[in-house]
Design a protein around this ligand. Structure first.
Ligand SMILES: *Cc1c(COP(=O)(O)O)cnc(C)c1O
Length: 367
């Protein structure tokens, strides 16, 4: 969003404020959908559960990846039908399974034998996808440390599920979030090929390959265009999985670009030669992604050409960890100045808190 536009809207709505851009959200969905032609996109609600965002994606014919009863409530409130939803939490209580089944969700993810046992009472209604782990040490956020069965044991688990009388539909994986290496998907798909062949020999016909999320967006440094990033994945799929239903669980790549934050300088202090600026938004609010998601967000401000000073941008709470940027070179800011941060839609509001009595940023839908 243009700085002057964000500044104007911020004075109208007050700060801190997150602008949810309908056009950017649609553009992100359409770009990914074109780049992953033929792949059904299940938006990972975890990354940002804002109802307006979900409704935009639904109007683009999106599907939804939900993990919890709370996320089911959100999609239900948005009028999404259960047959467009997939339950991806590998660990569920019996009450969670029943909640999802009552809503009408059919597809569930499991990654261990105990979880499969939980589905025996529901084997007429539920279909299972087995989640495989895929290691990606080069990636900022590893999503295979906590969940997923190693590729070497994935077939055995599929066989066990089948022998329990469960309906096993396919394999899923998550190649790591903000994953900048498309070959990680190919590595995982290579394993899937072997596993599908092994299963077929045992008379188990898998139909779904779920390539998960992980697609990267540009923060401070640019990433490959989504088209270029997805090309090898799509080529691999069309060569080896043309008979399968391929689905993905994109979160960040859809929600990340959708929001722009405007925050205000509410105080400043020259401390040991460094300018400290205190904003009305920080680590406990929309910048929670700094902490949990290890993300840094591109900043724009007024007077970009003025002389610069070593500065710190801090949040409003009384906690010393509430610092957004240290050692950053900035023009001299005034109290009341607006700062604008882009790519603030993924894993930001989703994990923000009311710590210290500060309310969460307001969300305003634009365009
Ligand atoms: C978090 C998560 C996603 C979304 O990942 P992104 O990196 O945001 O695309 C998808 N699937 C599962 C199972 C997840 O836990």
């Amino acid at each position: 969003m243009e700085f002057s536009r964000a500044e104007e809207l911020a004075s109208q709505h007050g700060t801190p404020v997150l602008f949810l851009s309908q056009s950017r959200t649609r553009e992100a969905y359409r770009n990914l959908s074109a780049a992953l032609c033929g792949v059904d996109l299940y938006y990972a609600v975890k990354s940002n559960a804002q109802p307006e965002l979900i409704s935009i994606l639904e109007s683009e014919s999106g599907f939804f990846d939900v993990c919890t009863n709370g996320e089911i409530d959100v999609v239900k409130e948005c009028g999404i039908s259960a047959d467009r939803c997939l339950h991806t939490h590998p660990i569920k209580r019996d009450s969670d399974i029943r909640y999802a089944l009552d809503f009408g969700v059919k597809l569930f993810v499991c990654d261990n034998e105990d979880e499969l046992f939980k589905f025996i009472p529901y084997r007429e209604k539920a279909q299972i996808i087995i989640r495989m782990s895929i290691q990606n040490p080069g990636c900022l956020i590893n999503l295979s440390q906590k969940f997923g069965i190693v590729p070497e044991k994935t077939y055995d688990l599929i066989k066990k599920a089948h022998d329990m009388g469960l309906c096993v539909k396919g394999i899923s994986f998550h190649a790591g979030s903000q994953n900048e290496n498309p070959l990680k998907y190919i590595e995982a798909l290579d394993y899937c090929r072997d596993i599908c062949e092994q299963a077929a020999r045992a008379g188990i016909h898998l139909e779904i390959i779920d390539i998960g999320g992980g697609f990267p967006i540009s923060y401070l440094t640019p990433v490959l265009s989504i088209d270029t990033f997805c090309r090898p994945i799509v080529e691999y799929i069309s060569s080896y999985f043309s008979d399968y239903r391929i689905i993905a669980e994109p979160g960040r790549v859809l929600s990340g670009p959708s929001m722009t934050l405007a925050a205000k300088v509410i105080g400043r202090s020259l401390r040991s030669g460094v300018w400290w600026y205190y904003l009305d938004e920080g680590i406990y609010g929309s910048f929670s992604g700094k902490m949990f998601d290890h993300a840094d967000y591109p900043l724009s401000l007024a007077r970009p050409d003025d002389e610069r000073y070593n500065s710190v941008l801090a949040g409003p709470t009384c906690d010393s960890i509430d610092v957004i940027y240290e050692n950053i070179s900035l023009p001299l800011l005034e109290i009341g100045d607006i700062l604008v941060f882009e790519s603030m839609g993924a894993y930001t509001v989703a994990s923000s808190t009311n710590f210290n009595g500060f309310p969460k940023a307001k969300i305003v839908v634009v365009e």
